[in-house]
Design a binder for this molecule. Structure first.
Ligand code: NAD
Ligand code: TYD
Length: 337
């Protein structure tokens, strides 16, 4: 069995990745190491709770003692999804972002070095490049221009990973993916927030003019890209991952698609004050990962509509969160495990 540590596996992308990995890697045993912040939710994983190839350990990646303890399981690969991930929260207060994104990454890298692991995989974001002009695409070699404390913390983490690769010869890879959508995304992010608002009869708050561009990618396509990079990616290198939608989608178009799928009209849109420092457009050059043989498989329009339907069909997943009693809920349901 290959022993894999997935950090932040109780969040949106991490939990989707664990489902994916248990399905496609019968020779993997996975330790999910997660602090269970407000965004960590063991309900995302309850269907695999009893799988003998899956273990959950509650812990903080910035806690060296807890990390050392989980590493004793003979971990060979670390895939680091753990992060504070919401831009708006990072604007209100950024300390946790830096603690997890920098000290947490450093703690994991020290553990990787000490245990001479086979691979340290850092899950990063296209937001580290900052926004780019129409017609431009960020390349892996571009300068980093993060705009928010969230993306600045992610950029700092990326640089630390590269430094450990060069100085300590830790075998690393990094990938920088565009905005993901899919099941189990905390309903503070645009897509699940808008869907769950509409289902509850509330308006959707579109920041500013709604003309910002994001290159939405289905989380399953992200998971497949991660696997390919583990298998074929050059160690010490960075890979962009993105859907490359043409024509590009502005937020207002995504909003209208959500309204359409839920049979709501445009009177449910509320233009609200823009996010400070709001990046206008993200777009990445994906030539490098294409060479490895990756391309997105989920059709963009239908993929988004399917995910809207997933939230519509799973109120039992999001209602405990949106009704504010989520903490009590997961303590009684899952924390005793
Ligand atoms: P999320 O907020 O849904 O989940 C983050 C998870 O990390 C939670 O389970 C949380 O409990 C855990 N966590 C936070 N701090 C921790 C700590 N100190 N120790 C251990 N666990 C901790 O985030 P997400 O959207 O799933 O994003 C996962 C990763 O992917 C992040 O690194 C993010 O930067 C990156 N990313 C996200 C997107 C996106 O669109 N969501 C796009 C590109 C990259
Ligand atoms: P978000 O899901 O927070 O992801 P990110 O900021 O990491 O891209 O936001 C996606 C886009 O949607 C971004 O341009 C901000 C915008 N947005 C709104 O217009 N209203 C909202 O309530 C939220 C949360 C986001």
């Amino acid at each position: 069995m290959k022993k894999v540590l997935v950090t932040g596996g109780a969040g949106f992308i991490g939990s989707n990745y664990i489902h994916h990995a248990l399905r496609v890697h019968p020779d993997w045993e996975i330790w999910n190491f997660d602090k269970l912040t407000y965004a960590g939710n063991l309900a995302n994983l309850k269907d695999i709770d009893t799988d003998p190839r899956y273990h959950f350990v509650q812990g903080d990646i910035a806690d060296a003692t807890a990390v050392a303890e989980v590493m004793k399981n003979g971990i060979e690969i670390i895939i680091n999804f753990a992060a504070e991930s919401h831009v708006d929260r990072s604007i209100k207060g950024s300390q946790e972002f830096l603690v997890t994104g920098v000290l947490g990454v450093q703690t994991l890298l020290d553990a990787a070095k000490e245990h001479s692991i086979k691979l340290f995989y850092q899950i990063s974001t296209d937001e580290v490049y900052g926004d780019v002009e129409v017609g431009q695409y960020s390349k892996e070699t571009d300068m980093l221009h993060p705009s928010s404390p969230y993306s600045a913390a992610k950029a700092a983490g990326d640089l630390l990973v590269l430094a450990y690769a060069r100085t300590h010869k830790v075998p690393v890879v990094l990938s920088r993916c565009t905005n993901n959508y899919g099941p189990y995304q905390y309903p503070e992010k645009m897509l699940p927030l808008f869907v769950t608002n509409l289902i509850q009869g509330k308006k959707v708050p579109v920041y500013g003019d709604g003309q910002q561009i994001r290159d939405w990618l289905h989380v399953d396509d992200h998971c497949r890209a991660i696997d390919l990079i583990i298998e074929k990616g050059n160690r010490g290198e960075i890979y962009n991952i993105g859907a490359n939608h043409q024509p590009e989608w502005v937020n207002l178009q995504v909003t209208k698609l959500i309204l359409d799928e839920l049979k709501a009209d445009e009177s449910m849109i509320e233009h609200v004050t823009d996010r400070p420092g709001h990046d206008r457009r993200y777009a990445v050059d994906t030539a490098k990962i294409s060479v490895l043989g990756w391309k997105p498989l989920v059709a963009p329009d239908e993929g988004l509509r399917q995910v809207v339907r997933w939230y519509k069909d799973h109120p039992e997943w999001w209602q405990p969160i949106t009704s504010g009693d989520f903490k009590k809920y997961y303590e009684s349901q899952y924390r005793s495990a």
